[in-house]
Ligand binder design. Structure first.
Ligand code: SF4
Ligand code: SF4
Length: 351
């Protein structure tokens, strides 16, 4: 059996019209969000220089739709593990406000789910091939209603990024994000380290000690949990982005599966506008790698991502640079095997 994926083409119309048309046709999907329910809208505002993110004026259309149903929507994201303005909630929120994600423009609050320093990280037991414990903000454990808005882009590790990445990586706490990158080990930047001792105290396997007046990580002992990255306030713990990319994709799928299995009502929307080679965490105003197509929506995260991928790569796989076709193909297959969703979908074009 196939899953319906609704598609609203951008054609000659504005993005606002394109989105309104989609929402009109997925009313049945949205009717699962009832009066009084707290609906978390997961999205990202992107890095400081990034311009391709989904704009607040579009998000507001969805917020108003949910409010008319009596629901209580809020927009949320989590802190990231690499340098930049989204590493803690204060800088993250200030950046979001600067990009227009204010309560006025959105019609609802914008929340950073894993607290000021990204330390709100609870453990959820799972049993996947690579991951046995999820580390997620406590909000993610109790959330029952979720809408995921994802800007489709390329990705440095997996070649292609949409809803699976937005959930698997984007809804994990900083420690959870680090675990997904766990074959790489963090290193201390001695120039920034003040030897405050926070990482030494918090490392669960005592992999950090003092050496010549600075913190030092024993990479043999390190399990890549990310606690030191989360607790360092001096930007002295750095990550090295090299690891087995297939395993990275599998871990992300396992995180997405584990997170979504606890959430009762969910809808995924993938926005195929301003598609760049890198994701919104990295790219600035980069050249587009594909024409704008429109917006996809489904209750099945895998079907939504696959339908968007198939349409964008009809004539050529633009997400396959550096041999990454093998990686996202594996990720899709693994996602179906893990029970995340279905690869077989029916595209329903709405006008
Ligand atoms: S938390 Fe940061 S500043 Fe403090 S000792 Fe560790 S690396 Fe150094
Ligand atoms: S990533 Fe975790 S295990 Fe590794 S040094 Fe940091 S706190 Fe310790």
């Amino acid at each position: 059996m196939s899953t319906d994926v609704y598609f609203s083409s951008i054609q000659e119309r504005s993005r606002t019209d394109c989105f309104r048309t989609l929402l009109k046709h997925i009313d049945g999907m949205l009717s699962q969000f009832k009066k009084g329910s707290f609906v978390g809208i997961k999205m990202t505002v992107g890095d400081k220089k990034n311009t391709g993110y989904i704009k607040p004026d579009l998000v507001k259309i969805l917020v108003e739709n949910l409010k008319r149903r009596g629901a209580k929507p809020f927009v949320f994201d989590t802190n990231v593990i690499y340098k930049g303005q989204r590493q803690n909630a204060v800088d993250h929120l200030n950046l979001a406000y600067k990009k227009g994600f204010t309560p006025d423009r959105l019609g609802c609050p914008f929340i950073i789910a894993d607290s000021v320093f990204g330390t709100d990280s609870t453990i959820v037991k799972v049993d996947y091939k690579n991951i046995k414990e999820l580390r997620v903000p406590s909000l993610v454990r109790v959330l029952e209603d979720l809408i995921v808005l994802s800007h489709i882009t390329g990705h440095i590790m997996s070649g292609y990024a949409a809803s699976i990445k937005n959930v698997g990586m984007g809804m994990a706490s900083r420690a959870g994000k680090q675990i997904q990158h766990s074959s790489m080990k963090p290193l201390i930047d001695a120039a920034n380290c003040t030897l405050c001792g926070c990482c030494i105290e918090n490392c669960p396997v005592s992999a950090i000690s003092e050496m010549r007046g600075k913190a030092y990580i024993n990479s043999e002992r390190c399990i890549g949990c990310g606690e030191c990255i989360a607790c360092c306030k001096f930007d002295a713990v750095h990550i090295h982005w090299h690891e087995d990319e297939s395993v990275f994709g599998e871990r992300m799928v396992e995180y997405a599966s584990g997170i979504l299995s606890h959430i009762k009502r969910k809808v995924f929307m993938d926005f195929a506008f301003d598609i760049t080679e890198e994701c919104d965490c990295i790219s600035g105003n980069d050249p587009k790698v594909a024409e704008d197509a429109g917006i996809f929506a489904s209750t099945d995260i895998l079907a939504a991502d696959k339908a968007a991928f198939d349409m964008l790569t009809k004539s050529m796989d633009m997400f396959s640079r550096d041999g990454k076709i093998r990686i996202h193909a594996h990720q899709f297959e693994y996602a179906e095997k893990t029970g995340l969703g279905k690869l077989n979908y029916k595209l329903v074009e709405v006008i």
